[in-house]
Design a protein around this ligand. Structure first.
Ligand code: PAZ
Length: 316
């Protein structure tokens, strides 16, 4: 039991907004289940590992949440209901197109005496309008649920709660686990309550391995769902062997393998049968094309095959 996922849940309290999120998940999933929709859980962004309970410092990682935010938009286009489970303040679908000053640059202000109006610059309308239309359509259809996490423990609790409500979708559910979840954490009993002080010198912080939730997720929580995990490496020579080893170990369907530096231009979709490379050309990169469009198309195709294998309509 030591170091196991059961121990992790037994020793870490759920986040304070957990019950609210559980209700939102239940309402969202019940509605889409009744309507016979396909559903995908997209996880996105990095997790933190707090070094203090009253957290001033934490261990974090590079993930911006671009993969999850962009993929969500493409799953919506393919008609899926999407649970977008993301790191607080990471990129979000639709809004990602206007991060930083981009949105402000599209606006102009007009002063008329005491009245001020703000309009979109004429040459920005063609950029803003299609994104706004897709955003409003997703909202009007109630097709997207946003849930936020920060720490690795928050992520664990939310992921398990999402699986509880997704199980009834059987093979109609996709889990697209693009978040960069920390592999290490500081066990709760070794996290000091208050800000670590400098007087006693540099702290020695012993990290422990995070239990791999993919094991219970695939075998116990959502055994019929179509599970896609992601594998990030910085050494190309081990990328595909690690992806294959994950498929072998956890027995899920697909690993999307990517390298840190080239993750927006090249991925390999690894299944038991095939390694399929998806690469954007230089022109496509310059034109601002998202690699997530072809990734999601391929996942949707493979999900269709999975549904057929497991019996269409299963879990309804
Ligand atoms: O979030 P982002 O768009 O900056 O990066 C995406 C990614 C590299 C985090 C994702 O594609 C991925 O590989 N996630 C899993 C990382 C891992 O645990 O190996």
């Amino acid at each position: 039991m030591s170091g196991s996922w059961e121990e992790f849940f037994a020793t870490h309290l759920p986040p304070t907004d957990f019950e609210d999120n559980r209700s939102l998940l239940k309402e969202f999933c019940d509605r889409h289940h009744q309507q016979g929709h396909k559903i995908v859980l997209v996880t996105s962004g990095g997790t933190t590992v707090p070094l203090e309970h009253n957290t001033v410092r934490f261990v974090d990682n590079f993930s911006a949440g671009r993969r999850g935010a962009a993929s969500t938009e493409y799953f919506l286009e393919h008609g899926y209901a999407v649970i977008f489970m993301h790191r607080q303040k990471s990129l979000e679908p639709f809004a990602r197109h206007f991060s930083g000053p981009k949105l402000l640059d599209m606006l102009e202000m007009h002063e008329h005496g005491n009245n001020t109006t703000i309009t979109v610059k004429q040459d920005s309308v063609f950029v803003l309008a299609p994104v706004l239309a897709r955003y409003q359509a997703a909202l009007a259809a109630g097709a997207i649920l946003h849930l936020a996490f920060t720490t690795v423990s928050d992520y664990f609790w939310l992921l398990r709660a999402a699986c509880e409500v997704l199980a009834k979708f059987g093979p109609r559910a996709v889990l697209y686990l693009a978040a960069a979840v920390s592999d290490f954490y500081v066990p709760k009993d070794r996290v000091p309550t208050h800000k670590i002080q400098t007087e006693s010198g540099a702290p020695v912080i012993q990290l422990q391995l995070v239990p791999k939730l993919l094991a219970p997720l695939v075998s116990l929580w959502v055994p019929n769902a179509f599970v896609v995990s992601f594998k990030l490496e910085t050494d190309e020579s081990i990328l595909i062997s690690k992806a294959k080893a994950a498929l072998e170990k956890y027995k899920h369907k697909v690993v999307v393998a990517n390298m840190l530096q080239t993750r927006t231009q090249r991925v390999v979709v690894v299944t038991r049968e095939l390694n399929q490379e998806i690469v954007l050309t230089r022109e496509e990169v310059h034109a601002g094309m998202d690699i997530e469009a072809p990734i999601v198309s391929e996942i949707v195709r493979l999900h269709g095959e999975h549904e057929t294998e497991r019996g269409a309509g299963g879990g309804r």
